[in-house]
Design a protein around this ligand. Structure first.
Ligand SMILES: *Cc1c(COP(=O)(O)O)cnc(C)c1O
Length: 415
């Protein structure tokens, strides 16, 4: 990736692009929602399809010259159907939030009611936060995770569903380390005659590989991002039964979007092809095995994990019991100096603020893409624990940083 054409036109942007490749090569990405797409996906995303207007769907476009756009979008759709077993797939949403917007627009009227998990308990802005269009357009009530166990409070959800009488229940989360009981939530939705939207943005890859149970065929609608565990480049998608196909397609275009990002859809097609391989199966299994190793080793160092561990690709640590004076932002900044990039996160029962919360969230999708196994991940956990214990000691941070550089060199990423 030399960006020679960009460099001829715009050295400032070329420097930033090269800098970003270097940054990704030389740091460990442990933000749970991030991954490293293959060079094949990057090439497809950077293709001439960015020039093409293809409003409409394969075979039914509003513009001429769509033969290659049709081919690429149909491949993405067919592969997604195979990966997730859905009857209908829309691969045009520009992002996971746009996918959710498409489902809401298809199924709800302004003022209708959404019941979703609280953001500080692991939910997502697009599930109805007041700062988001969903919170401003619909009436929102929120369920929580059990303060003691860290698991979704399914009984509390039942009670809220009964009293609030929602039109849609949203499941699927941003910072939830446990398997989601899709059937249980579907029963709740059925009991109050609500739709069920399962947002698998984080776990698309795990669900595709069968290492996390699937809500497809259970929930009415399933939305996902394509850049997280599935590593098919930035974007979103909607999966549903055939009965909702037209409503969903019309809600995405022309309901909320204009021309599809055909270059991104090409990236999705290529990433989905990669995900159909046995290599990807092994990758998804290793991602979960690494998260369990990370959880186990951090607990060895005395850290308290929300829910006591993980079933998926991420862990959430509550710093308050072990390090009452240390905030998530303290740790985020010190770890970034040491070359480990993760994020501070709110925890259930948060006593600080969303800007400087009491927890940290760590994920293994990106380091697993680099080739990390459980032993290497345990070493990373040791390094993280050292920094948490002495986040304001520059010598410790520098020593950890040197070891992180050695690990990055041992597990190379992009040329
Ligand atoms: C990441 C995420 C999304 C999608 O986010 P975008 O940044 O809009 O792609 C949606 N829902 C959940 C639960 C997420 O974690």
């Amino acid at each position: 990736m030399d960006y020679s054409h960009v460099r001829d036109v715009d050295p400032a942007v070329a420097d930033a692009l090269s800098g970003e490749v270097r940054r990704q090569n030389e740091t460990l990405a442990m933000i749970a929602s991030e991954n490293h797409a293959s060079e094949a996906v990057l090439e497809a995303q950077g293709s001439a399809l960015t020039n093409k207007y293809a409003e409409g769907y394969p075979g039914e476009r509003y513009y001429a010259g769509c033969e290659y756009a049709d081919e690429v979008e149909q491949l993405a759709i067919d592969r997604a159907k195979e990966l997730w077993g859905a009857e209908h797939v829309n691969v045009q949403p520009h992002s996971g939030s746009q996918a959710n917007m498409g489902v809401y627009l298809a199924m709800l009227e302004p003022g209708d009611k959404i019941l979703s998990l609280d953001l500080t308990h692991g939910g997502h802005l697009s599930h109805g936060h007041p700062a988001n269009f969903a919170g401003q357009t619909y009436e929102v009530e929120q369920y929580e995770v059990d303060a003691e166990t860290g698991y979704v409070d399914y009984d509390g959800l039942d009670e809220l569903a009964e009293s609030f009488d929602p039109d849609t229940i949203v499941s699927g989360y941003s910072a939830y380390p446990r398997e989601v009981e899709w059937e249980r939530i579907q029963e709740t939705a059925d009991a109050v005659d609500a739709y069920h939207l399962a947002d698998i943005a984080h776990i698309t890859g795990l669900v595709a590989a069968g290492v996390h149970s699937s809500p497809v065929g259970v929930a009415d609608f399933v939305t996902g991002s394509t850049h997280k565990t599935i590593r098919a480049g930035r974007g979103g998608m909607i999966l549903c039964d055939s009965e909702y196909a037209d409503a969903i397609d019309n809600a995405v275009f022309p309901g909320t979007q204009g021309g599809p990002l055909m270059h991104n859809i090409a990236g999705k097609a290529v990433g989905f092809k990669e995900a159909l391989s046995s290599d990807f199966q092994a990758y998804a299994e290793q991602t979960v095995a690494n998260a369990k190793a990370l959880a186990d080793q951090l607990q060895e160092h005395g850290l308290e994990l929300v829910s006591g561990g993980t079933d998926n690709h991420l862990i959430l640590a509550d710093l308050r019991p072990s390090h009452p004076e240390t905030t998530g932002k303290d740790v985020e900044a010190a770890l970034e100096s040491a070359g480990i990039v993760m994020n501070a996160n709110t925890v259930p029962g948060e006593t600080r603020s969303a800007f400087n919360p009491s927890g940290i969230r760590l994920g293994t999708p990106a380091i697993t893409t680099r080739g990390f196994d459980e032993a290497a991940t345990r070493e990373v956990a040791d390094l993280i624990a050292r920094v948490i214990d002495d986040y304001d000691d520059e010598t410790v941070v520098a020593e950890v940083g040197e070891r992180v550089q050695e690990l990055c060199d041992a597990y190379p990423l992009y040329e």
